[in-house]
Design a protein around this ligand. Sequence first.
Ligand code: FAD
Length: 323
Amino acid sequence: MHIKDKLAETDRTGNPMFSFEFFPPKTAQVPFGNDERCQPLTEHLGMDRMHGLGPAFIDITWGAGGRLSHLTCDMVNVAQTVYGLETCMHLTCTGMEKEKIDGALREAYKAGCTNILALRGDPPREKEKWEATDGSFRYAKDLVKYIHDTYGDHFDIGVAGYPEGCEDQDDPELLLDHLKEKVDAGASFVITQMFYDVDIFLAWVKKCRARGIKVPIIPGIMPIHTYAAFLRRANWIKCHVPSKWMDALEPVKNNDAAVREIGKGLMVQMCREILNAGILYLHFYTMNLAQATRMILEELDLTPSIETPLKQALPWRRSLGLN
Ligand code: FAD
């Protein structure tokens, strides 16, 4: 099923949906894979522990420069065919000749994956600046257009959005222009970079709407696992951290369990504000770890149970004036 249809269903029913991002193992040394000689790929990636939480879809990142990209394709295949999870494959232009892009799209097609997150990509590790590959694509919008022209409506295509600027573009107006170009080229949803300041996110969504970007915008949520990782990611992305977050986390920074518990409270409050603003989709950067994401979903009452499969939806439905 296309993600755009799941999003439309969510808007129609008022039942919030959530999704998970996973990344492939970072080393080629371990024999990950899908046949009996290999350790099951998913056991190492949280997919095993997390598919029961009922995500609307999962997505699998694409290694910078296409590194270990066969593992992305393997994971997509396992998620679709073994777990029956709706899967979105990331695909980037970094170091990718057209033939490689065609190969990746063919793998996704064969696995029954019908959703692609089309990205320009990070530079490969050994390079500081991003460079286009000869004869291939320079911007994500070119990849969106190519997928659309080649596969018609087979793939639903998403793109990345940046509420607080991105690595090589900090002019917010230009970034909005470029986001609009990606949507106009055929993208039907946007997943955002992580953020911790919900006011900045909501103000940015308003700007997107004013700019004519009408497709669903899915906020990227990064749960807090440890204080060090929290700070490192915030500095790397250069996102604003509200002072009350620092005031709450700094005093317990050496106690991982306390950081996770307080972090959960902060994230839950942020998710509630997003849901209350009528944005009913939450995309979790799981970092292949189950605990912090599960704690947030449980606190939000969004995990299904046999007794009350839709109970979790009620507060949000009521707040939106739905039955
Ligand atoms: P684009 O939208 O193409 O933008 C790239 C740069 O080009 C920007 O500076 C933009 O302003 C500029 N630009 C765009 N259009 C034009 C134009 N017409 N004229 C002039 N300049 C233009 N990276 C990975 O390697 N693998 C992943 O799996 C991955 N997943 C991600 C998932 C999400 C949700 C997000 C938010 C990011 C992800 N990234 C991933 C990182 C992303 O690839 C980088 O942030 C990259 O630098 C930008 O990619 P983009 O698709 O946004 O590129």
